[in-house]
Design a protein. Structure first.
Length: 167
């Protein structure tokens, strides 16, 4: 089993792309936001960025969810994984190979996307703090999400397929 973590700041398309890729490849989709403790959700909804101390219980819960998922098959995980602390903790806690795919775009594109979504706790005003927190990983596959969603999904599918055939 392998976990493919779609990472990036809010508005990069982690959940949308993740669901589509998981469905196309018959993989399990795991939404990282579902594992946030209520205190984190309230903090972010209030415009306060999370600290690594805030992130630790979230990542512990997410890793447990990944490790105990059913059905047992490769998974696509939507998780911001903005900094090395989070990525290292995920790799320590997930009991299988973990690959990171960074979904990236210019801030103006991400800001526009965030301004159009009203139901999510992560508001457009938080984008700057996420971009500041983003530590670019050295070993992630980087995919430009400024293109149409279909093209982005094709690139992510191809990245997953390339990784699984070389693992």
């Amino acid at each position: 089993m392998t976990a493919f973590v779609l990472m990036g700041v809010a508005g990069s398309g982690k959940s949308t792309v993740g669901r589509r890729v998981a469905a196309e490849l018959a993989l399990t989709f795991i939404e990282g936001d579902d594992f946030h403790p209520q205190s984190n959700v309230q903090k972010m909804a209030g415009g306060m960025p999370l600290t690594n101390e805030d992130r630790a219980p979230w990542i512990e819960a997410l890793a447990k969810g990944i490790n105990t998922r059913e059905p047992k098959r490769d998974a696509v995980v939507a998780c911001s994984a903005l900094n090395r602390f989070v990525r290292d903790l995920l790799q320590e806690r997930i009991a299988e190979p973990t690959h990171f795919i960074l979904l990236s775009a210019d801030a103006s594109i991400l800001q526009e996307r965030l301004s159009q979504r009203s139901q999510h706790f992560m508001k457009a005003g938080m984008l700057h703090s996420q971009l500041d927190a983003l530590e670019w990983p050295k070993d992630a596959i980087v995919i430009d999400v400024a293109r149409p969603i279909d093209a982005v999904c094709v690139d992510v599918v191809n990245a997953v397929l390339r990784t699984t055939t070389h693992s």
